[in-house]
Ligand binder design. Structure first.
Ligand code: ADP
Ligand code: ZN
Length: 823
């Protein structure tokens, strides 16, 4: 064999693990003729492992460092991953400094990449005829009757052959078995509440009887009549919320009818509603602002691939997206609609489904294996069912055939960035690259653009289109700042509530409106704040607040390592009442309940939405006005559209502004503007109260006067001065090890090598605020890359440092994480 290698054939494959290089296998001539990049093969790896790998390149050059093994077998008859995807993966892997295997793992459903560690188990209630299973499939099926799960290795020994993956694939497809990794995280669908007449009352006659029966209960009778009429007119399922708004009946009336078995409640999963071909035809007419924006977008697209649509909250951006989507559908192109977080945007999904019905495919990374496989195949085959793909960041990695448009909605949201594990990509940026590969257009939409996108627009890299009016000329909310220092001094506070806030809440409740109270509780080590003037100590070298570290009684900067002893009194006003305690949503909820004991209060944060459907239920209850006051964290900010919210209260703006991050001011502006945007979305003007110790803070002034441009100018100036993005680029390197000294030595070595190359643009090493996570010590190094320095060369240099680092025996066990654009 060996001497004939000249004529041999090889493939380089991508393995779903963090290997720096593609691995090479030996294949036969026939296999070489059949295989193409993107086809899966099962391969042996290491002593006894089996992996599903992806053919990357087919060639005739044997590897020099090892003898190529042969593949086990071919798993597909045509590519499952497109050449465009592979090209895009290459970009991700090179830009974000990770392996192709890591990108592969992020992109492909687990069911596609079975490996020897994978656990196969029986699907409990699957019904399958023996005759539907081939002999070998049956053997596995039978084995699973006796034990609940098998490893791939067990399957190998049961069947006494190595080539078992196709058999398992086939069992997965037949719905007989599931793969282990799926067990822990299940997608929780949004359920919408619907009502219908109970079958007992369906006939005309029965209905008459019922109406007579209800002649005494007027409200209930009206609700039943409304429902009946709505059913006749629309011939579609009726949502509880629709019935409430049409009939004017309260939700307690409807509940009473359900309890009496007159109405029947049922739930449908929003992204699973079947549309029976009947798409709602009532397309909305754009108003003149929207039409103008749409025309401008189209003009800008003539010579720009990216356009930033900056439209104030509730300006009707979604309707503009819909027009653009329609045009793409007409020329047969696919559309990708990226959202920051799918669970939070159920309202949007049903809006799009109203227009486009079955053509909309929702892609959740939390879908079960089968559903993800189905979605993948639909998109790959450009099926009718997957013309518009809506998803959070990982939807970007799907096998698109012919993309014409990518919409990145709420482009400023941080959740587009993946932090862990690799690939640490930013979906907006990777979407722009993907769009360009397809020569597709990319629209970034938001009411509060990220500084970098607005910067790109002002540098003329992106087109810029603005809408400054809300739809229907609804007024922007009236934003008022409440001076906490003054209120405390004059004893006008009850707990964390000023008399002004209490007064406005009381009024809104009396008028029957709803209220949102925003309390952000981010951060671990508290920021120090003077209770008299609200001043927080700042780092002299960076544009961030210092963080208090109790165990050393020290103030530290997490960016450059600057530190000083904790002050005895406030540097600004000299007072001795420095406070380090934060307060959270829970405390606010308690206070609200005490202050407004008659109102219905609920809290929305990570703790209350964790359970199954927790988030959806809360949103539902709020939509249906079963809750008067909703207290929550930033979860409240994301694109939710509630009709009856008149008042938004921000309890303390200062802990947003003082968050130790170079983006704290930008983020504060975005967050407060977005929460404010939840108020008064219909004809009446909404009110926003922001409590703060710093009513003169520039950001607060800018929020209350809706001055994005001013905020931008000022922040950009700071970014120049302090060398931060979008002027400088950042790469963060984190070293992790369980031994404190080892991580210190390693980080010093690494930073020293980098400093020889990049001098003062290397900051750290510095322990992050939480320096020990899961028994590992973390230490960070930050590299700032000035505008003139090429990113490619910089990364090459870092890679070299990293290679030498890995060659040091003592450091081999230290994990190094490289995060490009770590913000
Ligand atoms: P944004 O996404 O800019 O915050 P939306 O697209 O959610 O704004 O629009 C705000 C509200 O105005 C929504 O309830 C939407 O249905 C309504 N709306 C927007 N444009 C139109 C239109 N052209 N015709 C009728 N209603 C519209
Ligand atoms: Zn600093």
């Amino acid at each position: 064999m060996k001497e004939k290698l000249m004529n041999s054939h090889f493939i380089d494959v991508i393995l779903p693990i963090p290997l720096q290089k593609a691995f090479t296998y030996h294949i036969t001539e026939a296999e070489a003729e059949f295989l193409q990049p993107g086809i899966r093969v099962a391969v042996p790896f290491g002593k006894s492992k089996i992996y599903t790998a992806l053919v990357y390149k087919i060639h005739k050059t044997p590897p020099t460092a090892y003898e190529a093994k042969t593949i086990h077998q071919i798993l597909d008859d045509k590519p499952l991953v497109t050449t465009m995807q592979l090209k895009h993966w290459e970009w991700i892997s090179s830009y974000y400094m990770c392996s192709l295997g890591e990108v592969m793992r992020a992109a492909m459903p687990n069911a596609f990449i079975i490996e020897s560690e994978t656990i196969v188990s029986r699907i409990e209630d699957s019904i399958v005829e023996d005759s539907e299973l081939k002999d070998e499939e049956f053997l596995i099926y039978e084995a699973l009757q006796h034990q609940s799960s098998l490893k791939i290795q067990d399957v190998v020994s049961i069947l006494d052959k190595k080539r078992v993956l196709p058999i398992i694939n086939s069992l997965v497809e037949k719905g007989v078995v599931k793969l282990g990794e799926e067990i822990y995280q299940k997608y929780t669908p949004k359920l919408v509440r619907y009502v219908r007449l109970h079958p007992n009352h369906k006939s005309e006659e029965k209905l008459q009887e019922l109406l007579e029966l209800l002649s005494r209960a007027k409200k209930q009778r009206e609700a039943v009549l409304s429902l009946f009429q709505m059913e006749v007119v629309t011939k579609k399922p009726i949502k509880v919320s629709e019935l409430v708004s049409q009939s004017g009946a309260s939700s307690s009336v409807i509940k009473a009818l359900i309890d009496k078995n007159i109405l029947e409640e049922y739930h449908i999963q929003t992204d699973r509603i079947s549309f029976n071909g009947e798409v709602e035809a009532n397309e909305k007419q754009l108003n003149s602002y929207q039409q103008k924006a749409l025309d401008e977008i189209k003009t800008a697209f003539i010579d720009k691939s990216v356009v930033l649509l900056h439209g104030v909250t509730s300006s009707g951006k979604t309707e503009i997206y819909i027009k653009l989507i329609e045009e793409q559908l007409q020329i047969g192109k696919q559309i990708l609609y990226l959202l920051p977080e799918i669970a939070l945007t159920i309202q949007l999904v049903s809006r799009l489904q109203d227009y486009f019905g079955k053509k909309v495919a929702v892609f959740h990374s939390r879908y079960s294996g089968n559903e993800r496989v189905e979605a993948w195949n639909n998109i790959l085959n450009n099926s009718e069912k997957a013309q518009i793909i809506i998803g959070a960041r990982s939807a970007l990695l799907l096998p698109f055939k012919d993309l014409g448009l990518i919409i990145v909605d709420e482009e400023h949201e941080q959740s587009f960035k993946q932090f862990d594990p690799a690939p640490r990509y930013h979906a907006r940026d990777a979407a722009i690259v993907l769009g360009n590969m397809f020569r597709a257009k990319i629209l970034l939409g938001t009411a509060t653009p990220s500084l970098e996108s607005y910067y790109n627009a002002s540098e003329n890299k992106y087109g810029l289109v603005e809408i400054k009016q809300r739809y229907n000329n609804v007024l922007m909310p009236d934003i008022e700042l409440v001076d906490l220092a003054d209120k405390y001094k004059r004893k006008r506070m009850k707990g964390h509530f000023s008399d002004k806030l209490i007064e406005e809440i009381t009024e809104a409740l009396a008028e029957g409106f709803q209220i949102i109270l925003f309390q952000n509780r981010r951060g671990f080590s508290p920021v120090v704040e003077c209770t008299t003037c609200g001043h927080s100590p700042q780092c002299p070298n960076c544009d961030v607040s210092l963080t208090y570290h109790q165990y050393r009684d020290q103030l530290r900067c997490h960016y450059c390592g600057y530190n000083s002893a904790m002050f005895k009194n406030c540097q600004a006003c000299g007072n001795v009442t420095l406070d380090t305690k934060g307060f959270g949503t829970e405390q606010i909820e308690e206070e609200v309940k005490a202050l407004f004991s008659d109102s219905r209060v609920a809290r929305m944060d990570l703790d209350t939405t964790r359970g199954k459907y927790g988030f959806d239920k809360l949103i539902n209850r709020f939509e249906q006005r079963e809750i008067d006051i909703l207290v929550g964290t930033q979860m409240l900010t994301k694109g939710l559209d509630f009709r009856y919210v008149k008042l938004v209260g921000i309890l303390n703006a200062d802990n947003l502004l003082n968050f130790p991050d170079f983006r704290a001011h930008e983020r504060s502006y975005q967050l407060m503007t977005q929460v404010s945007g939840r108020a008064g979305r219909t004809d009446l003007r909404g009110k926003v109260l922001i409590q703060t110790y710093n009513p003169n803070h520039n950001i607060l002034q800018q929020v209350s006067t809706n001055s994005y441009a001013e905020m931008y100018k000022e922040q950009l100036n700071d970014r120049y001065n302090y060398k931060y993005p979008p002027i400088f680029r950042l790469i963060k390197i984190t070293l992790k090890h369980k031994d404190y000294n080892r991580v210190n030595l390693a980080a010093d070595w690494y930073a020293k090598s980098l400093k020889q190359l990049f001098k003062a643009n290397v900051l750290g090493p510095e322990f992050p605020p939480v320096s020990r996570i899961r028994n590992l010590y973390n230490k960070n190094i930050l590299i700032k890359i000035p505008p003139g320095q090429t990113l490619g060369k910089t990364k090459e240099a870092i890679q070299k440092v990293d290679n030498s680092f890995n060659a040091v025996k003592d450091f081999r066990a230290v994990r190094v994480i490289i995060n490009v654009d770590n913000y």
